[in-house]
Design a protein around this ligand. Structure first.
Ligand code: HEC
Length: 123
């Protein structure tokens, strides 16, 4: 009985020493850009692949990487502010659209920004 008790004390001492996050680690974690996906906060690496997945849903009409070969406008190289404004206008019904209201509705402002960032960098 006595030995068990000593072991438990030792374990809690180890846990107490290892659990607190140092100030430097906390600051580092705050620096990395996180994003909300369906209400969950995600690390920067997940945000990057999330943007790849959502922009890929646009390629079917706007062409691979947003380089259109049809009458549908190209998104590749588009100015970010123009892109974000267009998405908000489609969503809010301020800009006439055949299909884009539907495609603009599913995303957050943060996701518009991330998609705009992606498309503006395509050469
Ligand atoms: C089903 C085909 C289709 C899909 C999928 C689609 N779009 Fe579109 N997009 C269009 C059409 C058609 C237009 C012209 C406006 C309209 O009639 O809706 C357009 C216009 C736009 C414009 C305005 C371009 C400009 O030069 O003014 C933006 C920005 C845009 N789409 C972004 C997106 C994004 C981002 C996605 C993916 C989340 C997407 N679209 C998915 C068909 C599509």
């Amino acid at each position: 009985m006595k030995a068990k008790h000593t072991f438990a004390l030792a374990v809690s001492a180890v846990l107490m020493c290892s659990s607190p996050v140092s100030g430097a680690d906390a600051a580092k974690a705050k620096e990395a850009k996180t994003c909300l996906i369906a209400g969950w906060e995600n690390p920067a690496s997940v945000c990057v692949s999330h943007t790849k997945v959502i922009t890929a849903t646009c390629f079917i009409c706007h062409g691979p990487n947003g380089k259109s070969g049809s009458a549908i406008p190209s998104l590749a190289g588009q100015e970010k502010t123009y892109f974000v404004t267009a998405m908000k206008d489609f969503r809010d019904g301020k800009r006439e659209a055949t299909v884009m209201k539907k495609y603009a509705l599913g995303y957050t402002d943060e996701e518009y920004e991330a998609m705009g960032e992606f498309f503006t960098k395509v050469k």
